[in-house]
Write a protein that binds this ligand. Structure first.
Ligand SMILES: *Cc1c(COP(=O)(O)O)cnc(C)c1O
Length: 417
């Protein structure tokens, strides 16, 4: 078999990858769920570990030849246990959504009552939203945020929990710019006999780096992705108290999945090692500091932010007062080299596919080493674009300035030509 390099084996795909490398270098990537995985993580993910089948868990596999895979998976597990201070970690879920599905499968039967934050308030699809399997196969009760301050409405959470007595109570979000109070959720879960699940998909890097309070000690089960603020490969994981170890492991395999993606497992192990360094702690703090400065700059330029600001990695702009729809703003920002995503805001009067908000965050740009000066420039560029959204001359001038800034801050894991 001819073993050609990619450029010869498939020039079309090679070109797509080269173009994407260029895009990831040239643009300010502001989508808060995205990041730059390190070269070491990418190397592991693209390695021969992908050639191996290893259904089961270390020491209890259904295939032979696990001498190296068992070591990889044990390292990933042990590093997570010491990094987060948990009893147990399962690093096999293929991504964040399958991790949550495994949690449901571990504790619930179809039709059982579960509770999570509604999508329009910033919750994730897998927390019981009606189009998701979590909303179709379970009796999903959804809580939200208060109409006034857009903070999680704990009175509503408590009264819904008392009324419906869910088996699982999910907390954690996908578009919430403030700290999640895990202790308050735990109090409510305990009162109604629910298992509290903290989904830290967005903030696991902040938690690992000490820049967001940890759910450990409050939530019996913690689910996450590994590719957002955690800066690992695309993947998922579940951590839990000892008493839930068996249920979680069985739910992931053989309940939901077959063979784990071993290259990804190695990438997760590497990310966990990197996340336990002082350098990563500084990174996590810088993400939050940058988000503060960016939020302040945007407010000073007349933007309304959901909850008025940010104390994590994420900012949700409400454009209702600017009279520019979220999609129009996000598309103009992209042309100017600033890649965010349009998003619903709480109590949005527009439709989900054409909402009033723009969601952005600082994890990826902070990975490039940018700091408060760059955040101020960015906030002002964003305002210049949105305030004059049809002015292509302004947009292309800013795109040039963005490119110059990006050239000064090379991104980890992205080759520069
Ligand atoms: C991103 C996210 C997920 C899903 O992760 P995928 O890897 O996209 O499946 C789950 N929960 C929350 C809160 C998320 O933000």
């Amino acid at each position: 078999m001819a073993d050609l390099p990619l450029i010869e084996a498939d020039p079309e795909i090679a070109q797509c990858i080269a173009d994407e490398e260029q895009r990831q270098h040239d643009k300010l990537r502001l989508i808060p769920s995205e990041n730059y995985a390190s070269s070491a993580v990418q190397e592991a993910c693209g390695s021969v570990l992908n050639n191996k089948y290893s259904e089961g868990y270390a020491g209890k596999r259904y295939y032979e030849g696990q001498q190296n895979i068992d070591t990889v998976e044990k390292l990933a597990i042990e590093r997570h246990k010491s990094l987060f201070g948990v009893d147990h970690a399962n690093v096999q879920p293929y991504s964040g959504s399958p991790a949550n599905l495994a949690v449901y499968f571990a504790f619930c039967n179809p039709g059982d009552t579960i509770m999570g934050m509604g999508l329009p308030s910033g919750g994730h699809l897998t927390h019981g939203w009606k189009v998701s399997i979590s909303g179709k196969y379970f009796n999903a009760i959804q809580y939200g945020v208060s109409p006034g301050d857009h903070l999680i409405d704990f009175d509503e959470v408590a009264s819904l929990a008392r009324e419906h007595r869910p088996k699982l109570l999910f907390c954690g979000a996908t578009a919430y710019p403030r700290v999640v109070d895990f202790a308050k959720f735990a109090e409510i879960a305990q009162e109604v006999g629910a298992i509290l699940v903290a989904d830290i998909a967005h903030i696991s890097g902040l938690v690992a780096g000490g820049a967001h309070p940890s759910p450990v000690g409050h939530a019996e089960v913690i689910s996450s992705t590994t590719h957002k603020t955690f800066r690992g490969p695309r993947g998922g994981m579940i951590m839990c108290d000892d008493k839930h170890r068996k249920a979680i492991d069985r739910a992931v395999f053989p309940g939901l999945q077959g063979g784990p993606h071993n290259g990804t497992t190695a990438g997760i192990a590497i990310a966990a090692k990197l996340a336990s360094t002082d350098e990563f702690k500084a990174y996590a703090k810088a993400i939050v500091d940058n988000s503060h400065v960016l939020a302040e700059t945007l407010v000073s330029r007349g933007f309304d932010l959901v909850t008025g600001g940010s104390d994590n990695h994420l900012i949700l702009i409400d454009l209702t007062g600017k009279d520019v729809p979220g999609k129009v703003a996000a598309q103009a920002l992209d042309r100017a080299g600033m890649v965010a995503n349009y998003n619903s805001v709480p109590f949005d009067t527009r439709k989900p596919f054409d909402p009033s908000g723009v969601r952005l965050g600082t994890p990826a740009i902070t990975s490039r080493g940018m700091g408060s000066d760059e955040m101020k420039r960015l906030g002002n560029w964003m305002a210049d674009v949105v305030d004059d959204v049809e002015n292509e001359a302004v947009i292309s001038r800013i795109a040039g300035e963005v490119k110059e800034l990006c050239d000064q801050f090379p991104a980890p894991g992205v080759p520069v030509r």
